[in-house]
Design a protein around this ligand. Structure first.
Ligand code: MG
Length: 165
């Protein structure tokens, strides 16, 4: 039996504003600002979810969970990711590995990397040795460097057979 490999890429950006919780990779991070969005605006999970969808050749996260649907208002993106994981598992795919870069000027994410990786490991049903997670600043340049928002980029490898009827 031949094995199929499918690679996918995901990218997301949300603006920072006051009065919101900052949630990255399913982990609440103490900070004076949080990300604006219809859901919890977790850019890390949105990038991973879009990478999974892209690898499976499916439509993007906004198509599956429209931002004008009250059902998804302030929803945890862990719930959205779980739905997509279930969808691709039903199609015969497993996640091979995930690699992520988070772009944020502040806060410093290094103290939270292990916690985020552990949360991703549980959410993706994937050993943490198969999850890469890096954080970088933008050297104070551009909208991210000025602290106006946070972005994340993800690459996902799917392994398996597409058994979609
Ligand atoms: Mg998003």
């Amino acid at each position: 039996m031949s094995t199929n490999f499918r690679v996918g890429i995901g990218f997301d950006f949300h603006r920072l504003s006051s009065g919101r919780r900052l949630v990255l990779g399913g982990v609440v991070i103490p900070f004076e600002f949080g990300l604006e969005g219809h859901s919890d605006a977790d850019v890390v999970l949105h990038a991973v979810t879009d990478a999974i969808l892209g690898a499976a050749g499916l439509e993007d996260i906004g198509t599956h969970f429209p931002d004008d649907d009250p059902a998804y208002e302030n929803i945890s993106s862990l719930v959205l990711l779980a739905k997509i994981l279930e969808m691709i598992q039903a199609r015969g795919f497993q996640i091979g590995n995930v690699d992520l870069t988070v772009m944020a000027e502040k806060p410093r994410l290094q103290p939270y990397i292990e916690n985020i990786k552990a949360t991703l490991s549980r959410a993706l049903e994937l050993d943490s040795s198969r999850i890469g997670l890096k954080a970088t600043t933008m050297e104070k340049s551009g909208p991210i460097g000025r602290g106006e928002g946070i972005a994340a980029q993800a690459v996902v490898l799917l392994v398996g057979e597409d058994i979609t009827p």
